[in-house]
Design a protein around this ligand. Structure first.
Ligand SMILES: [Zn+2]
Length: 354
């Protein structure tokens, strides 16, 4: 399929989609989205926000060298090649990686998997190029992927919500997100334990576990990966598909926010930004391919449960309970087993040799 066919642009008109915990769909051009209460991560150990956020050392260096470069030159710096493939579409390639960009848009695709830029790909001071944060946190990890292997065979699986915190629900089917999350998590754990993976869970039954406590469990367990399992909902009942979230890099804008929204400095989980990108991409790609669901993309958010992890972390939104057809599907044990198998296989692919 040609480059055009591989893009699935999410129209701005569906801007009001929300996940089970989160704000609206990214507006591809970065224009204003309907106002809702911003999710403000409360992180005890994080540094106090400063009037001007700290810029990571690596950015101070790179921003000097990339701010005036064209997209072709930005690609060349990291050994990639950028070329215009249509009027407003660009292809950046290196080895077996191809990143497709569209001018004026935050939406992009890496080897066919959707992801979102910090800022729209536009002319800056007369030069068409990526912003510094996208150069650092998307272009570089996309073109120069880590040869990823987790540090150990221990993982923490986090079934979202629980107890009176039901998460989203489908009234017609009488199903609650918290129950589906736990069901899938238990299936993932069983599949992983069969191959000798050491699995801890943040909850094993239907109870409230505060987000702080989930982080404490993860930090005590010292896993090599943290995976949080959720299901989605949106006011647009047509919305369907899978999303994978990783922590937003320092200062960057979360995928569902507009540029004017709160930006935050470095959180301890940001120590894994480079690995998070690759792991998030691999999970999103695998889930969409294995389950043949709509690809809603690799996204970034400062979900509390991802902020203070001692390891790379992802949060997967495995389908929309607000979509009647998708809810019917996820309500079947057969689908949930396929989902769990895909998640477990994604983790197994990352394990170090025994
Ligand atoms: Zn949820």
């Amino acid at each position: 399929m040609g480059a055009k066919g591989r893009f699935q642009w999410i129209p701005a008109a569906v801007a009001w989609l929300t996940s089970c915990q989160m704000p609206p769909e990214p507006s591809p051009k970065g224009y204003a989205v309907p106002e809702i209460a911003p999710v403000v991560p409360v992180v005890e150990k994080a540094e106090e926000p400063k009037a001007r956020p700290d810029i990571p050392e690596i950015l101070k260096v790179d921003s000097q060298s990339v701010t005036s470069l064209t997209i072709e030159s930005q690609a060349r710096v990291i050994g990639a090649i950028a070329k215009r493939v249509e009027d407003d579409r660009w292809e950046i390639s290196k080895g077996d990686r191809v990143l497709l960009l569209k001018e004026e848009s935050r939406s992009a695709e890496l080897n066919g998997t959707v992801l979102f830029l910090n800022e729209a790909f536009v002319e800056r001071q007369g030069t068409l190029r990526l912003g510094e944060l996208d150069y650092e946190y998307t272009l570089k990890p996309a073109m120069d992927p880590l040869a990823l292997r987790l540090g150990s065979r221990k993982v923490v699986i986090d079934p979202g919500h629980g107890g009176v915190e039901t998460g989203t629900r489908n009234e017609a089917l009488g199903i609650f997100e918290k129950d589906l999350n736990l069901d899938v998590a238990i299936r993932v754990r069983e599949l992983l334990e069969e191959v000798g993976v050491n699995v801890a869970m943040t909850r094993y039954d239907d109870r409230v576990i505060a987000l702080d406590e989930r982080l404490k469990i993860a930090n005590r367990a010292k896993p090599a990966l943290f995976a949080s399992i959720h299901f989605n909902s949106a006011p647009n009942l047509e919305a369907e598909g899978i999303e994978t979230y990783v922590l937003t890099p320092p200062i960057a804008v979360s995928s569902n926010d507009s540029l004017s929204s709160l930006k935050q400095g470095r959180l301890s989980g940001n120590g894994f930004d480079y690995a998070n990108f690759e792991i998030g991409y691999l999970f999103q790609r695998k889930l969409v391919v294995d389950l043949q669901r709509v690809d809603r993309g690799l996204k970034r958010a400062r979900f509390k449960v991802l902020t203070e992890l001692p390891c790379p972390g992802i949060l997967v939104e495995c389908g929309f309970l607000s979509n009647g057809k998708e809810a019917l599907l996820v309500n079947t044990p057969v689908f949930r087993q396929r989902l769990a198998k895909s998640l477990a296989d994604a983790i197994i692919d990352l394990l170090p040799d025994e």
